[in-house]
Design a protein around this ligand. Structure first.
Ligand SMILES: Cc1ncc(COP(=O)(O)O)c(C=O)c1O
Length: 377
């Protein structure tokens, strides 16, 4: 009998849940025709800033450009060392290289998958030994959980480093009493369709409480414009979010809190079921997650068989990430903290992500849980 495969992320279910509100929002944009920087863009920026409590929210073209805009505004340049974890999506490191600066890769904690503050200290020593100037830190909130900011911030303060939060996967989460978007000098997020808050194309945003930085970002986002539209006062980029995507995000933002709760309920059920058969993801003290991914760790020798067995049962899985960034072709020449990144290398062989979205029905969860336990039991 052919088993109907489950989707890894179910955007069709979400669309059904939203009724025709997205279609109506798109129709409104088609009717007014302001496709670039139309009213929905400003409205979304207000709503995003209200949602997370950041003073400024600036939407932009995607999560990579969100990181790049901040680095451009901060004047990152050749000779600068910018520290970022290696166990992440390559975009976290990519924009550092755009500006001729050097990414210095930091190891992660095996339980949270996020930057290890001790390894950050080691990376700073490595950068100095290579005659690089330690300049800033890009901390990544991997899989939806904020990084260990209470330990990262004092390291940044002691070495006078700015802190940029790569929250591409964590918008909607919180760290202690701080919402993602309000940590560090700025926060960058992505609205890629598969993200917890995703649009129907590319999109992103930068959050900051710093008025000067916000003004600079506003200019850089539109080719470095000044007060006179045709007198560009600095070099920037075309980094705007389309009005249509803003209209879609406004509708999705309305149901986002409820979706975050649903994702958390799925993660709680998974954790309870898989405790004892795999290493389950753990939230750090005071952190919440939006579960961009639900990722367990299994012995490397068992991972392929697990993925194959689940596929047979119609359950898709994904490996985030099979190669830490410092092992990827374009990044091999860049320095790594101390004597290497043993945790990043080990967990790249252990991790496997299971279907996770807000519309995963109880019977679907049961099916996934039973299949994983059968494979690993
Ligand atoms: C951690 C991280 N940083 C940055 C990005 C880049 O976002 P985008 O795809 O919107 O450019 C992603 C997207 O997958 C990501 O997961």
């Amino acid at each position: 009998m052919m088993i109907e495969p489950l989707p890894f992320i179910d955007l069709a279910q979400q669309r059904q849940h939203l009724g025709d509100s997205i279609d109506r929002a798109i129709q409104r944009v088609l009717a007014h025709g302001n496709y670039i920087m139309g009213p929905e863009v400003r409205e979304l920026e207000h709503s995003l800033s209200r949602f997370c409590g950041a003073k400024h929210a600036l939407t932009c073209s995607n999560g990579t450009d969100a990181l790049g805009l901040v680095l451009m505004a901060l004047g990152v340049k050749a000779g600068d060392a910018v520290f970022c974890p290696s166990f992440t999506f390559a975009a976290s490191a990519e924009t550092i290289v755009w500006f001729g600066a050097t990414p210095v890769f930091v190891d992660v904690d095996a339980n949270s998958f996020n930057m290890d503050p001790d390894s950050l200290e080691a990376a700073i020593r490595t950068a100095k030994a290579e005659d690089l100037k330690p300049t800033g830190v890009i901390a990544v909130d991997l899989f939806g959980q904020p990084a260990d900011y209470d330990r990262i911030e004092p390291v940044c303060a002691a070495h006078r480093l700015w802190l940029l939060s790569d929250a591409a996967q964590s918008f909607g989460a919180a760290y202690k009493d701080r919402k993602v978007g309000t940590i560090g000098i700025a926060t960058a997020t992505s609205f890629y369709p598969a993200k917890p808050l995703g649009c129907y194309g590319d999109g992103g945003a930068v959050f900051t409480d710093d008025d000067d930085l916000a003004a600079l970002l506003t200019s850089l986002r539109v080719h470095g414009q000044g007060t006179d539209k045709y007198d560009n006062v600095r070099i920037g980029l075309n980094g705007r979010l389309d009005t249509l995507q803003a209209a879609i995000l406004l509708e999705k933002l309305r149901i986002f809190p409820e979706e975050i709760e649903r994702r958390n309920r799925v993660a709680e059920r998974y954790n309870a079921a898989f405790e004892g058969v795999a290493r389950v993801p753990r939230l750090s003290d005071g952190a919440t997650s939006v579960w961009a991914q639900y990722t367990i760790a299994v012995p490397p020798a068992r991972r392929n068989a697990l993925a194959a067995g689940l596929k047979q049962s119609g359950i898709p899985t994904a490996i985030y990430y099979p190669l830490p960034v410092h092992r990827q072709t374009a990044y091999r020449a860049f320095p790594v903290a101390g004597n290497g990144l043993p945790v990043s290398e080990r967990i790249a062989d252990e991790v496997i992500s299971l279907p996770m979205h807000a519309y995963l029905e109880a019977h679907e969860q049961d099916r996934i849980i039973d299949a994983v336990i059968t494979e690993l039991g």
